[in-house]
Design a protein around this ligand. Structure first.
Ligand SMILES: NC(=O)c1ccc[n+]([C@@H]2O[C@H](COP(=O)([O-])OP(=O)(O)OC[C@H]3O[C@@H](n4cnc5c(N)ncnc54)[C@H](O)[C@@H]3O)[C@@H](O)[C@H]2O)c1
Length: 332
């Protein structure tokens, strides 16, 4: 590892990694977590309540790989309509664990979308039925094309149904999914239509009023609940969790701010309802799906190890290929 300091903007990050690279990296991060070889205190939050937004600080160290860093990331759902900015914007700083020297700063917005989508893909790989072919997507924001790309790498998708409260966004996403990913995608008029009959459902909205209703969810369905990542957010009617095998990414984060946070507070479920962390399944400590009939839910809050492992590889590729700007270390 050299000690040069490299700066990468979003376009430069884009030139470093493909979705299949990130799927492999995120699977590895989950495995490292399952083998207890990472340090990752839960996210810290600053709440900008008067601006309906928040900022999170997410540090991680993958010990075996000697990769360390911190992501700083906001969530401001009004950004797209009010300021023409993404809801989620992130910056990642990497550190040499041997000396503590910062070695890179890069845009983390694209990495966030790719690693979040890759987590979805890995959850589908371990938890969805092998014959799953119909995908329902709730939400059509920035994350969603990445979500479709990652899931399409692990699932043979025959059709995709997309719903968003803003119809135009669902329409646009369907067009992009057809053009860019070659998927048989269409937008639908209701959340119910997107969910009923789907084998896999991915929810990626900032809602605090659950969208997915229990009666739409059939045996054998797998749901990736991605949108809930702050206290009070909730996308699934809580009764669904009582019928499901629940897999989370991290207990501290999920109980504080993931899909399970509201049902836990209301005592609709308890910790005993949680089957596993995804890392335990990837590391082989517990099986994933074991029957065709079970309903499985993956509650993703997003782990700093996903960011650090992805950013580190982006940095390595950028070093090899001379992508980005090499500048004097900041401490000089
Ligand atoms: N789990 C993770 O690791 C992770 C990572 C990134 C983002 N997120 C979360 O995912 C969510 C979406 O992020 P984004 O960057 O795509 O945001 P975005 O603002 O770009 O998109 C959100 C979309 O959801 C739609 N929407 C809002 N309420 C809805 C409802 N009730 N039904 C259907 N559609 C609805 C909006 O119209 C919008 O198109 C946010 O809550 C964000 O915090 C989670």
């Amino acid at each position: 590892m050299g000690k040069k300091f490299r700066m990468l903007n979003m376009a430069e990050v884009e030139r470093t990694l493909s979705m299949s690279d990130v799927l492999g990296l995120v699977e590895k991060a989950f495995e490292e977590r399952g083998r207890k070889r990472v340090q990752m205190p839960p996210k810290s939050y600053l709440f900008f309540s008067k601006f309906s937004g928040d900022l999170r600080i997410m540090p991680a160290y993958l010990e075996e790989m000697d990769e360390a860093g911190v992501k700083l990331v906001n969530v401001h759902p009004n950004n797209p309509s009010k300021y023409n900015l993404p809801t989620v914007l992130a910056t990642i700083v990497l550190f040499d664990p041997e000396t503590g020297v910062p070695i890179s700063i890069m845009d983390g917005t694209r990495i966030t979308a790719m690693r979040t989508a890759a987590a979805s893909g890995i959850a589908v790989k371990y938890l969805a039925r092998k014959d799953a072919k119909v995908l329902g997507m709730l939400g059509a924001g920035y994350q969603c094309l990445f979500q479709l790309e990652a899931v399409s790498e692990v699932m043979k998708i025959e059709s995709v149904k997309i719903f968003d409260v803003i119809e135009k966004k669902a329409e646009n996403l369907a067009v992009m999914a057809r053009k860019k990913l070659g998927l048989n995608a269409r937008n639908v008029a209701t959340a119910e239509e997107a969910v009923r009959g789907s084998d896999v459902v991915v929810t990626v909205t900032p809602t605090r009023t659950p969208i997915v209703q229990g009666e739409w969810v059939a045996k054998g369905m797998h749901i990736n609940a991605i949108g809930a990542d702050a206290p009070g957010k909730e996308e699934l009617e809580a009764g669904i969790l009582n019928r499901a095998k629940i897999v989370i990414d991290d207990w501290e984060q999920a109980s504080h701010s993931g899909e399970i946070n509201v049902p836990l507070c209301k005592k609709i479920i308890t910790r005993a309802n949680i089957y596993a962390e995804i890392g335990e399944i990837v590391a082989g400590a517990k099986p994933g799906r074991v029957s065709e009939d079970e309903i499985t839910v993956f509650d993703s809050t997003g782990l700093a190890i996903q960011d650090v492992i992805t950013a580190w590889r982006a940095y390595e590729v950028a070093e090899e290929k001379g992508i980005g700007q090499e500048i004097e270390p900041l401490y000089c």
